[in-house]
Design a protein around this ligand. Structure first.
Ligand code: OXD
Ligand code: MN
Length: 583
C-alpha cells in the first residue's frame, strides 16, 4: 500500500511486539467497509439496525466498565515532567514504553491488526495532519472511517517520505488496572490499551487532534482547540464564522447545528465542526479555522427533534450508535429522544428493560458516530482546505450562578484570561463525579498535550501574530434561578445571543462596561416571541460583585498551580479584575 519506509519500519516493529495473526490494510473502499460490517455483525461486536428506518446503521455495546474517557489513565509522556505540567498525569517515556510495552507483547495473538492511515483535516490543506492507527478492533476501524479521511487518500498525503502520528491501539482484555492512554508528543506517538470506548481509542480525535496537535501547534505557530465552528448567515446572505469552546457534553453539537427561532426569518446557522478547531493566522491577519474531523461523535441523550433536529437527521443512516437502547423494531432510543419509551427495550448493557424502570435505558454518555456530510446544515465550506475566517471566539461553561448570559472581553489578553479561568460543572463525558465545579481552561483541561502554563503563553503569543483579532466572548446558557430552573431557554434561542456577539464584532451595538467585561444592555438582546420576563433578563445580565470576589480566590489558587509558567499577562489581568471589583 505504501513505500514510506517510516510507516513500514514502525509497522514491522509493532507487529513484532503485538504478534497479530494477520495484518490488514484499510483502503477506504466501500467493499472493505461492508465486509468488516458483516464480520462484526457475525461475531456480535455490532448489531445491524432496521435497514428501512436506519439504513447502514449499527449498534455497539462497550463493556460496562468502559463507557467514557479515562482521564486518570491518560498520560503525557515527556522527558521532563515539567513539560507535561500540573494539569496532566505524567510518566517518563522510558518508563511508559517499558511498562506498557510489556502489556502489548503478544496482545494481538489470535487477532487481526488493522492498519488505518487517516488524515485529520481536508486533503491537501496546510492545516491537515496524517496519522496511522494500528488497532485490533473492527469497531474502531468503522468509527475511524466515519470520523476521519481514511485509506489511499491518507497514504497519498503522507507520500514516500512524509511524517505521521504513530497510533497504536489494542483492546486486550479491558482490564481497568492496565488501561493506559499514553501520549508521547516528542515522538509524535500515541499508545492506547485495554479500552474500547471512543474517546480512548479513536486516536485521531482527542489524542491526535487535541493533545498531540496542541503540542505541534505550539511549536509550529498554530492552535488546536476544543471548539465548534459555525457560520451565521444573516438575511443579506452574509456569513460570519464563530468558534466556541465548551466543556464536554455542554451543548457544542447543539450550538453548532442551531435552528434559529421563528422570529429570525432569513437567518441560518451552518455547521463547520462540532468539537475541534485547528486555527492558523493567514496573510490577511485573520485567524482561519478548519474542522479536522469528518464526522460527529455526539452525545445521544438529550438529542431530539426539539433540541437538535439536524443532529438527529444526520444519524438516520450510516451511523454507529454506542450504548444506546435497542427497540424491538431494531431502531434506537435514549433518554430525552422523546417522552415515550417503548414498553420493552434492550438497555445499553444488553438486558431487558421495561417502561417505568428506574434504570437508564441508554448510558448517559451513549454516542452516535455520524458522517458530517449527512448533516442537513453542513456548511458548503466545511471541507474548504483554506478554512473559514473567524470573527468571534466564545467560551462557555455550565455555571449555575456566577457567569452572566454573555459578556465580551476587553481585548485579546483579557479574552485569554476569560478562557483560562473558565469553570464548569462536570458531566458524564469523563469518568468521575458529575456536577462538581472544576476549572477547565478553554475547555482544554483534559486535552492540552503540554504544560498548561505554556499553553496560556502560546495563546498570548498568537494574539500578537493575529493583526485582525477575533473578539472574545463568554456565555452561560445554564444559569439557574433560586428554585433551580434554567433561566434562559437555550437551544435555538441562543441565536439571540450570537446576534449580539456578531453586532459587537461589526461595531453595530454599544455595551456597558462592567468589572468583568462588556455586557449587553437588556434592550439589545432581542427577546421578541420569548416568554421571558424583563426581571429575568435583567438578572441574566447582572454581575454580582460579591460572588465574583469569591471567584477571585478560586482563580488565585488555580493560577498558583502553574508557578512561574503562568504568563505575567494573566496575573496582570487577575490584578486588573480584582481592582475593578473593589472599586
Ligand atoms: C467528546 C468529549 O467526546 O469532549 O467530544 O468528551
Ligand atoms: Mn469534545
Amino acid at each position: 500500500m505504501t513505500k514510506n519506509q517510516k510507516v513500514l519500519t514502525w509497522l514491522d516493529e509493532m507487529v513484532k511486539l503485538t504478534q497479530p495473526d494477520e495484518v490488514i490494510w484499510i483502503d477506504g473502499s466501500d467493499e472493505q467497509k461492508k465486509a468488516l460490517e458483516n464480520e462484526a455483525c457475525a461475531t456480535g461486536e455490532m448489531i445491524a439496525l432496521n435497514s428501512e428506518k436506519l439504513p447502514g446503521c449499527f449498534l455497539h455495546r462497550t463493556a460496562t466498565n468502559d463507557v467514557a474517557r479515562v482521564e486518570n489513565k491518560t498520560f503525557i509522556c515527556t522527558t521532563k515532567e515539567e513539560d507535561a505540567g500540573p494539569s496532566n498525569n505524567w510518566m517518563s517515556p522510558a518508563e511508559a514504553y517499558d511498562k506498557v510495552g510489556k502489556l502489548y507483547e503478544g496482545s494481538m495473538k489470535g487477532r487481526k491488526m488493522y492498519v488505518v492511515p487517516f488524515i485529520m483535516g481536508p486533503a491537501k490543506s496546510e492545516f491537515s495532519k496524517v496519522g496511522v492507527e494500528l488497532t485490533d478492533s473492527i469497531y474502531v476501524v468503522l468509527n475511524m472511517l466515519i470520523m476521519t479521511r481514511v485509506g489511499k487518500i491518507a497514504l497519498e498525503e503522507i507520500g514516500d517520505d512524509g511524517d505521521f502520528t504513530k497510533c497504536l491501539h489494542a483492546r486486550k482484555d479491558l482490564n481497568d488496572d492496565e488501561k493506559y492512554i499514553l501520549h508521547f508528543p516528542e515522538d509524535n506517538t500515541i499508545w492506547s490499551i485495554n479500552s474500547g470506548y471512543g474517546g480512548n481509542v479513536l486516536l485521531g480525535k482527542k489524542c491526535l487532534a487535541l493533545r498531540i496537535a496542541s503540542y505541534l501547534g505550539k511549536n509550529e505557530g498554530w492552535m488546536a482547540e476544543h471548539m465548534l465552528i459555525l457560520g451565521l448567515e444573516n438575511p443579506k446572505g452574509e456569513v460570519k464564522y464563530i468558534s466556541a469552546a465548551f466543556p464536554s457534553a455542554c451543548g457544542k453539537t447543539n450550538l453548532a447545528m442551531l435552528i434559529p427561532p421563528t422570529e429570525y426569518k432569513g437567518y441560518k446557522v451552518w455547521t463547520v465542526g462540532d468539537d475541534i478547531a485547528w486555527l492558523r493566522v493567514k496573510e490577511d491577519g485573520r485567524l482561519w479555522a478548519v474542522n479536522p474531523e469528518a464526522g460527529f461523535f455526539g452525545v445521544a441523550p438529550g438529542t431530539s427533534e426539539k433540541t437538535n433536529p439536524n443532529a438527529l437527521h444526520t444519524t438516520m443512516s450510516n451511523t454507529i450508535f454506542t450504548n444506546v437502547a435497542l427497540k424491538d423494531d431494531k431502531t434506537v432510543w435514549w433518554e430525552g429522544l422523546d417522552k415515550n419509551p417503548d414498553d420493552h427495550m434492550i438497555d445499553w448493557k444488553g438486558n431487558d428493560w421495561y417502561k417505568g424502570s428506574e434504570e437508564k435505558a441508554a448510558h448517559p454518555n451513549s454516542r452516535f458516530t455520524a458522517p458530517a456530510k449527512q448533516c442537513p446544515c453542513i456548511s458548503k465550506d466545511w471541507e474548504n482546505p483554506e478554512g473559514v475566517p473567524i470573527s468571534a471566539m466564545v467560551f462557555g461553561g455550565r455555571r449555575a450562578k456566577t457567569a452572566p448570559l454573555v459578556y465580551q472581553a476587553f481585548d485579546w489578553n483579557h479574552g485569554v484570561f476569560v478562557g483560562a479561568t473558565m469553570a464548569s460543572e462536570t458531566t458524564a463525558a469523563a469518568t468521575g463525579a458529575v456536577g462538581v465545579v472544576r476549572r477547565d481552561p478553554m475547555a482544554m483541561r483534559p486535552f492540552v498535550g503540554y504544560n498548561m502554563g505554556d499553553y496560556f503563553a502560546h495563546w498570548i503569543e498568537m494574539g500578537k501574530k493575529v493583526k485582525n483579532q477575533p473578539k472574545i466572548f463568554h456565555v452561560n446558557w445554564f444559569r439557574l434561578d433560586d428554585e433551580g430552573n434554567f433561566m434562559w431557554p437555550g437551544f435555538g434561542d441562543n441565536l439571540r445571543v450570537l446576534e449580539w456577539i456578531i453586532k459587537r464584532c461589526d461595531g453595530e451595538v454599544d455595551a456597558k462596561e462592567t468589572a468583568i467585561g462588556y455586557l449587553p444592555e437588556a434592550k439589545d438582546i432581542n427577546v421578541n416571541g420569548l416568554d421571558l420576563s424583563e426581571d429575568t433578563l435583567n438578572e441574566l445580565l447582572t454581575v454580582d460583585k460579591e460572588i465574583w470576589k469569591g471567584e477571585l480566590d478560586g482563580i488565585k489558587e488555580f493560577f498558583a498551580t502553574f508557578g512561574d509558567k503562568l504568563p505575567k499577562e494573566l496575573s496582570d489581568e487577575l490584578n486588573g479584575l480584582e481592582e475593578r471589583l473593589n472599586k
